[in-house]
Structure formats: structure tokens, C-alpha cells
Design a protein around this ligand. Structure first.
Ligand code: HEM
Length: 536
């Protein structure tokens, strides 16, 4: 893009098939090389050639299109700014960090603390972080999501960019930063001590929440699972229980975005019933010989490392261990599964065929694997809650934006009471889920860890069900509002169509809604009687 300025008459002079310019949102685009490729056709562009086509453009396109086709932009429309105006504008921008207002101000399109509501949870560093994360997602992720989804993979370059930001360390860090395994000074978010966007010494669970929430604005469970689905659940067991050698090698490489890891527990027959898994690791002189199959393994198609639940002992949960299997080991094979959603996350079927794994790849102690798996459940479920509720919010935001421009029978969609009723039900659920999430996050920061396992397990299970049912509701209602546009891939209904297909990828893994609801109540009843003395 150039920074030149063009007047209306200059643009009007370019209105032929060989030389076609249009003005959209005060920018000038030379669409000549794009005429034959325009999905809406050549004619419609020529009809608007040389004019300000903002209104027509907005009627047919989603917000990300201009970002994606930025190369067509040749300059600005109108008069160049007067001297001094640029400095004044940048002074305003630097003050923005302190502002209570941030985002597009679509009602309920962002959490309430973005819209001038007070909150005890957030300070200046949280406000700085949301701004930087938003820029990152808008530039580096949002324009490419559809492409990655169709290609069924996220590029490795995204992992490296997220590592440079410091995002990978935040995802793997279960509420704190694993600073022993990456250099904070190499990251954009955490370098510079007191002058950092977030001083690593002050990093808290709300910073991690903002990172997850802002990432999920991309509107793709595939990208989110692709980036976080292995790292957030496969790496913590290594960080917490791996040998120093494993940590130095594996954790460091994964946090640098050079290698990827996944968690392999679920099996074709046992499903997620860990106590009944059948993948075996038999001890031999040289290590363990692993045989078995794993299914629905997120990131399994591309991961370099597999944190695998294996049977090393007798039946039940006390015979389960965790082993780090490496793709480079002979006998490991993976194939992509064809799923209804989260396409770019690399869901895999995995075969282990006489894989020899050295003893040094044992994670923690033999037959203690079940404990290590359960330990990370709360963290995993809070990650799902964060993503699911933001995806629900994306559906709401998209529906409000689309409903505010689309007219039927001469009336905007949002002016039909029946439509507003849908938006109202979406809004109240998203806001309630967000407030409950913040409350639980606050508890994770102030409650001793051993108590968290007991007291928060039930509420977090219920919260997971709350978030995924909110997502299901919002995806459905947004699809109804978008009509045919949410029934086709790409275009204006792109996010809603994709999210609708991805609902099950949130409602089932990490504990299905049915199990979460039952566990949530059972656990809460137990805590009430045993810890608070309720006479039930
Ligand atoms: C820089 C200029 C433009 C670019 C880069 C562009 C790009 C695109 C893209 C990528 C699509 C596919 C759907 C989507 O991803 O949203 C599309 C569809 C379309 N565009 Fe454009 N477009 C431009 C200008 C215009 C203008 C000025 C009009 C005038 C009305 C127009 C009318 C349409 C129509 C009617 C469709 C089909 C919508 C549908 O399938 O529902 N486009 N355009």
C-alpha cells in the first residue's frame, strides 16, 4: 500500500476494463488485475469503477476482505493531512492505552470492561495486552483463517510468530509463565522489565485469559485447537513431571515454536475412559515397547512429540503411565481424520507399532500417569471455556453487524423484534458465562492449589457445560440470522458457518456436557457436605 492521496476526479479517470479503480472506506484500490478473479464478478466492479463504492462493498463483504486484499490498495482518498495532524493523532494513540474504552463498541461484542465498565480484575498491563493481542490477531491470523481451514493446517510460521510474541509460553504455562524454558527478553510481550507490555513478574491468570480470549476472536476453533490444542494439554505434564533433560530439549523447542507436541490419550475402543485404555508399554532392556492405537488426537497429524497415556501396570487407573513418544521413532504413524469441524487442527488416528521408547522418556513415575492427566483437567477446561465463550461472542457480534446492514421488506433485520429477541438471548448467555469465568479465574489466583483441585473441579465442569451450550445456542441463532450466507463456506457468513460446524469439538472433548453436568453436581455436593458442613 502507498501513502499517496487521490481526489475524486483523479479516481474517476480510472473507470475502464484496462484501468479500474474504486474507493472503499477512504482508500483507493486498483482492482484492474483482480477483475477476472473477483468472486462477485467483473461486471459489478466495472459498474462501480471510478466511484466511491463503500456502500455497495459493505453490503456484500465481511470486514476481513480488505485486509486480505491489501496489496490492491494504492493510496488514500481525499486531501493529505495538514502538518502537525499526524503528531497529534499519534499522541492520541499513545494515550489510548489508559482508556477504559476499547474495540468496536458493538453491544456485547467485547467484554464489558472494554466498554467503560469498571472491573476489579484488570489493570493497565491488561489493557496494554488486549491492544497488542488484538493487533496481532487482526494482522497475523484473521485474514488467513479461511485459507488455513480449507488447507486443513496452520502453518509452522504461525507457531514461530506466536513464540516471538510470548503467546506459546502463556498457553503452556497453566496460569504462570514457564520462564526457565524461554527467554522473556526474546518476546514482544514480556521484554523490558518494568517497561514491558506485561512485566513477566506480574503475569497472572487474567493476562492468560486475555490472550486466549483475544486469540479466539479469530473465529476458528481449527486455528485455536491447532495452536493451543497440543501445547496447552500435551506440554504441561512434561513441564511438571519430565526429567530435566526432557524439559531442556522438548519444552524449550516447543515454546520456541520450532517443534510441536500433542496429548494422546483417547482410543478407538476406550474413548476417553482413561482407566480402560489398552495401549501397552512393555518394559524391555532398552526401554519400553509401545503398541496400540489412539484416535481423535488434536495436532497428531503434524506433532513432533506425543505425550502418550500407556498401560505399564495392571488394570484400571493405577496401571497407567505417561511416555513421551517422538515422531522420529520407528513404528509411529499418523493419518488425518475427516471431521466435521476444527479442520486446521490436525486431528489424527495414530498407530504405535513396536515403538521402542527409551526409559528416559518416561514422564514422572511409572503407573502415576492418571494423576498427571487429571491434574491438568481444570486448566484444559478453562481454556475450552475461554474459547467457546468468545466464539459464541463472535457469533453474536457478527449477527449484530450483519443484522444492522441487511434489510428485508425495507426494514433492517435488527429492527424486527423477533431478531432482537434472538440477540438478547445470545447476549445474556455470553455475558453471564464471561462473568462466571472471571470469578473462577480469580479463585485460581487466590486459592491454594490443592484446594483448587477439590473446590473448583465441580464449578469448572459446570462452567464448561455452560460455555459450550452458550456456544451451541449462539451458533444456531447466528446461522438463522445469516440465512443462506451461513450455509456456504467463505464470504460474509464465513465465521458463523465454520463455528456452527465446530460446536461439537467444544461440547465433547475435555469432558462431554453430560459428564460435566453430572460431575459438576456430584463434586459440588461432596464439597458442600465434607468441607462446608452442609447437612444434606
Ligand atoms: C477491493 C475491492 C474488492 C475486493 C477485494 C472484493 C473481494 C471479494 C471477495 C473475496 C468476495 C468473496 C466473498 C467474500 O469473501 O466476502 C467478493 C464477493 C462479492 N463482491 Fe467483491 N470485492 C471488491 C469490491 C467489490 C465491489 C465494489 C462490489 C460492488 C457491489 C463487489 C461486489 C461483490 C459481490 C456481489 C460479491 C458476491 C457476494 C456473495 O456471494 O454473496 N465487490 N468480493
Amino acid at each position: 500500500m502507498t501513502s499517496g492521496y487521490f481526489s475524486a476526479s483523479q479516481v474517476a479517470a480510472h473507470s475502464s476494463e484496462n484501468d479500474c479503480w474504486v474507493i472503499i472506506h477512504d482508500k483507493v484500490y486498483d482492482v484492474t488485475p483482480f477483475l477476472n478473479d473477483h468472486p462477485g464478478g467483473k461486471k459489478i466492479l466495472l459498474k462501480n469503477a471510478g466511484t466511491d463504492a463503500t456502500k455497495q462493498f459493505d453490503a456484500f463483504h465481511g470486514a476481513g476482505v480488505l485486509e486480505k486484499y491489501g496489496a490492491l490498495c494504492i493510496g488514500n482518498f481525499g486531501e493529505p493531512p495538514k502538518a502537525g495532524a499526524v503528531e497529534a493523532a499519534s499522541a492520541d494513540a499513545s494515550e489510548e492505552d489508559d482508556e477504559m474504552q476499547f474495540g468496536e463498541m458493538v453491544p456485547f461484542g467485547d467484554p464489558s470492561w472494554y466498554q467503560q465498565w469498571g472491573s476489579p480484575y484488570y489493570s493497565e498491563s491488561h489493557r496494554r495486552l488486549r491492544r497488542v493481542m488484538r493487533q496481532f490477531v487482526d494482522r497475523e491470523i484473521m485474514p488467513y483463517v479461511h485459507e488455513w481451514d480449507e488447507a486443513k493446517q496452520v502453518p509452522m510460521s504461525l507457531f514461530r510468530k506466536c513464540a516471538e510474541m510470548g503467546i506459546l509460553a502463556s498457553i503452556a504455562g497453566t496460569g504462570t509463565l514457564p520462564t526457565d524454558y524461554f527467554n522473556v527478553e526474546d518476546t514482544i510481550l514480556f521484554r523490558g522489565g518494568d517497561n514491558a507490555i506485561v512485566n513477566p513478574a506480574n503475569f497472572d491468570a487474567f493476562h492468560a485469559f486475555i490472550i486466549g480470549d483475544e486469540l479466539a476472536r479469530c473465529g476458528s476453533g481449527g486455528v485455536l485447537w491447532g495452536l493451543c490444542g497440543g501445547l496447552g494439554i500435551g506440554l504441561p505434564p512434561v513441564i511438571h513431571h519430565g526429567t530435566e533433560e526432557l524439559k531442556r530439549r522438548v519444552v524449550t523447542e516447543c515454546l520456541a515454536g520450532r517443534k510441536t507436541i500433542c496429548l494422546a490419550i483417547t482410543e478407538p475402543a476406550a474413548g476417553s475412559d482413561v482407566a480402560n485404555l489398552t495401549t501397552v508399554a512393555n518394559e524391555s532392556n532398552d526401554g519400553y515397547i509401545v503398541n496400540g492405537e489412539k484416535k481423535w488426537i488434536t495436532n497428531g497429524t503434524f506433532a513432533d512429540y506425543f505425550t502418550v497415556a500407556v498401560r505399564t501396570g495392571g488394570d484400571g487407573m493405577n496401571g497407567v503411565s505417561m511416555l513421551l513418544v517422538e515422531r522420529s521413532m520407528k513404528g509411529v504413524s499418523t493419518r488425518q481424520m475427516q471431521c466435521s469441524g476444527v479442520w486446521s487442527s490436525g486431528t489424527a488416528f495414530i498407530n504405535f507399532d513396536d515403538v521402542l521408547v527409551p526409559k528416559s522418556n518416561l514422564i514422572g513415575k511409572e503407573n502415576k500417569g492418571f494423576k498427571y492427566i487429571v491434574e491438568n483437567f481444570n486448566h484444559e477446561r478453562m481454556g475450552i471455556v475461554t474459547q467457546a465463550n468468545r466464539l459464541a461472542r463472535v457469533c453474536l457480534e457478527e449477527a449484530i453487524k450483519y443484522g444492522s446492514k441487511r434489510k428485508t421488506f425495507g426494514v433492517k433485520l435488527v429492527d424486527h423484534p423477533v431478531l432482537r429477541n434472538k440477540l438478547a438471548h445470545m447476549s445474556r448467555q455470553v455475558e453471564a458465562t464471561h462473568a462466571w469465568t472471571e470469578n473462577v479465574i480469580y479463585q485460581t489466583m487466590h486459592m491454594p492449589e490443592d484446594l483448587q483441585m477439590i473446590k473448583l473441579g465441580g464449578p469448572i465442569a459446570l462452567l464448561k457445560a455452560q460455555a459450550t451450550q452458550t456456544l451451541e445456542y449462539c451458533a444456531r441463532e447466528a446461522s438463522q440470522i445469516f440465512g443462506g450466507l451461513a450455509y456456504t463456506r467463505g464470504g460474509q457468513g464465513e465465521k458463523v458457518e465454520r463455528i456452527y460446524r465446530e460446536v461439537r469439538a467444544y461440547a465433547i472433548p475435555g469432558g462431554s456436557e453430560e459428564i460435566m453436568l453430572d460431575l459438576g453436581m456430584r463434586q459440588s455436593m461432596k464439597v458442600a457436605t465434607m468441607m462446608y458442613g452442609a447437612k444434606l
